[in-house]
Design a protein around this ligand. Structure first.
Ligand code: SAH
Length: 185
């Protein structure tokens, strides 16, 4: 009875500690290293996504829902690329053509690849999304990839935890340098 409950609680704590550890690894290593991380330890991905879902479940709003609402208000003919798609909530919630990219396939809708190099032609999408997925120390390369696949005048949507930014203004300036114009924040 009580010892089983204690054991379950301790296991839960260990899992959430592992989630935070993996999450931190993803934010502090290059996307090529992230590929290696999950290839060497497939279990890590399951733990990561369980922890991710738990964490986001505690927030008052999940940003992916907001992105889905935004997409539903715009024409279904717009083509979307979802970088670091996780469980493909976007692809499964809208009528648009959605290209979903991640390192490991949580859903059959995922195209497995490093988001720094996606199998899409230049200027082929209208909307590129990074929902809690702007990870990796090679961010510049990743955002240049998003820029490459976006059509002229296309839209880049970023949802990220505020505390992840050391300096929002520097980030916005860097985005301008990469060719993006801020439309709303
Ligand atoms: N966008 C989803 C999932 C966010 S979790 C949502 O909001 O629900 C972040 C996701 O980014 C994870 O699934 C992780 O595997 C993926 N990711 C991290 N680095 C990546 C990379 N280099 N290439 C592709 N996907 C990556």
């Amino acid at each position: 009875g009580r010892s089983a409950a204690l054991r379950a609680r301790m296991e839960e704590r260990l899992l959430s500690a592992r989630f935070r550890y993996i999450n931190q690894q993803l934010y502090t290593s290059s996307s090529q290293e992230a590929v290696q991380l999950f290839q060497n330890d497939p279990e890590a991905f399951k733990i990561y996504h369980r922890g991710f879902a738990q964490q986001v479940g505690r927030w008052p709003e999940n940003p992916v829902d907001r992105i889905v609402r935004y997409l539903r208000k715009r024409p279904a003919s717009l083509v979307v690329a979802d970088f670091g798609c996780g469980d493909c909530k976007i692809a499964s919630s809208v009528r648009n053509k959605v290209h979903s990219f991640d390192l490991v396939p949580l859903s059959p809708l995922v195209t497995v690849c490093d988001m720094a190099k996606v199998p899409l032609a230049a200027e082929s999408v209208d909307i590129a999304v990074f929902c809690l997925a702007l990870m990796g120390t090679n961010l510049q390369e990743i955002l240049e990839e998003a820029n490459r696949v976006l059509k002229q005048g296309g839209t880049l949507m970023v949802a990220e935890v505020a505390s992840r930014f050391e300096d929002i203004r520097a980030f916005m300036n860097a985005m301008t340098q990469l060719g993006f114009k801020s439309v709303s924040k």
